[in-house]
Design a protein around this ligand. Structure first.
Ligand code: NAD
Length: 369
């Protein structure tokens, strides 16, 4: 009988609410497949700071070190609440970036997926969505501006300044390029390389390495697009994209735009892979505006579970079943409030009811050994 240890970092805001639904799905997956998941909840983020004095406590590090995979809820507070925490202890700087650095999770997969039958969720016109949206954004996750040297100070003239460095070396770019080309090979063999080489030298090196790696993948057609233009094309013609690869900050921003064109960030799960450890998280934040109301969409969290089943545990078929179970809830005409605006014809259900329906649908699906 397989046995997997999973560290559960509930996080802040809507984190614990959507984690609860993900756990229901994990428990059913274990039962259906006759395996055991050892689920260890452990504090992380602003809640950990208030509880233990640090947003990424040593005890959490130990649970994560020992885990076969990590499932993480969103972290963070509203802008105003964040001011209650010293700058370097605030959740992203004090917990999220250290988590990514600790496990060198350089490859972030962010699927942007909407079948044509759910086009009504999107703010885009039906004719723009066409055959649906199916993009895999691959974001470099441990380099660039977010991880570079930082300096703040005051000049001799008394002017406050800040300096942040955007650094990449060719090895960092090569490893994410290989991930992107391999992903393109498994899909439509088209890779959109997103850059800003007309301004940034980091993008000049990025593009050089992309071209070098591309020589090993002659079957993959590469299209190079400036990041600003890519933002426009995502709105005007998302169907032109299949696999997109980009550096850290571009990926942070464009993937949120991905959530926007789908209709909700609640539809954005993700996988963050390193060579020896992976963690899975919704792409979005802790949504303080809706926290505690049982109305958040748990798709992003349950989708992250589906990605974990496939990418960490090799349970490809059960992963597909979880995706299908979630899609069946939408197909039956139900969703959480983010996607069931008045007049949309979608029946509004809460977070818990969405999770229950996913579980109900999954329970009915045959288990293929
Ligand atoms: P956000 O992503 O939390 O929310 C943006 C909008 O999307 C809000 O209107 C929110 O209600 C909605 N939304 C997000 N997830 C949803 C879901 N599952 N269902 C329904 N609606 C959903 O962005 P924000 O408000 O700018 O940030 C809040 C906090 O989250 C900040 O502290 C930020 O630093 C943090 N953050 C954390 C992560 C992470 O943990 N990886 C990522 C992004 C932001």
């Amino acid at each position: 009988m397989s046995h997997y240890k999973i560290a559960l970092l509930d996080g802040d805001g809507i984190g614990p609410e959507i984690m609860k639904e993900a756990v229901k799905v994990l428990n059913l997956v274990a039962e259906r497949n006759n395996i055991t998941f050892d689920l260890n909840h452990t504090p992380f983020g602003a809640s950990a700071y208030f509880e233990c004095g640090h947003p990424f406590p040593d005890a959490t590090k130990q649970v994560c070190d020992e885990a076969d995979a990590i499932l993480k809820g969103p972290i963070g507070l509203s802008h105003e609440e964040s001011q209650k925490i010293p700058v370097d202890m605030q959740p992203e700087r004090g917990a999220l970036l250290p988590l990514r650095r600790r496990y060198n999770t350089y490859a972030n997969f962010r699927p942007v997926f909407l079948p044509p039958g759910l086009a009504h969720f999107s703010p885009l016109k039906k004719e723009i969505i066409g055959d649906g949206i199916d993009i895999m954004i691959i974001r470099e996750l441990v380099g660039g501006l977010y991880f570079g040297e930082k300096e703040t100070g005051t000049t001799a003239e008394g002017v406050r300044y800040v300096k942040e460095t955007l650094e990449y070396d060719e090895n960092q770019i090569r490893q994410i390029a290989i991930v992107a080309f391999n992903t393109a090979m498994k899909r439509k063999k088209v890779l959109h390389n997103i850059h800003k080489s007309n301004v940034l030298k980091s993008s000049v090196l990025w593009n050089e390495v992309m071209t070098e790696v591309g020589k090993d993948y002659p079957d993959v057609k590469v299209e190079n697009i400036l990041v600003d233009a890519a933002a426009t094309y995502l709105c005007l013609n998302p169907g032109r994209f299949d696999v997109m690869v980009m550096e850290n900050m571009f990926g942070d921003i464009l993937s949120d735009q991905g959530g926007g064109i789908l209709g909700s960030l609640g539809l954005m799960p993700s996988a963050c892979l390193g060579d020896n450890k992976a963690y899975y998280e919704p792409s979005h934040g802790s949504a303080p505006d809706i926290a505690g109301k049982n109305i958040a969409n748990p798709y992003s969290m349950i989708g992250s579970v589906a990605m974990m089943l496939e990418m960490s545990f090799g349970m490809d078929q059960e992963s597909k079943n979880v995706w299908q179970a979630m899609q069946s809830v939408f197909a039956d005409g139900y969703s959480t409030p983010d996607l069931s605006r008045p007049g949309s014809g979608v029946n509004m259900i809460d977070t818990q009811a969405f999770g229950d329906r996913v579980v109900e649908a999954l329970r009915k699906m045959p288990i293929v050994a």
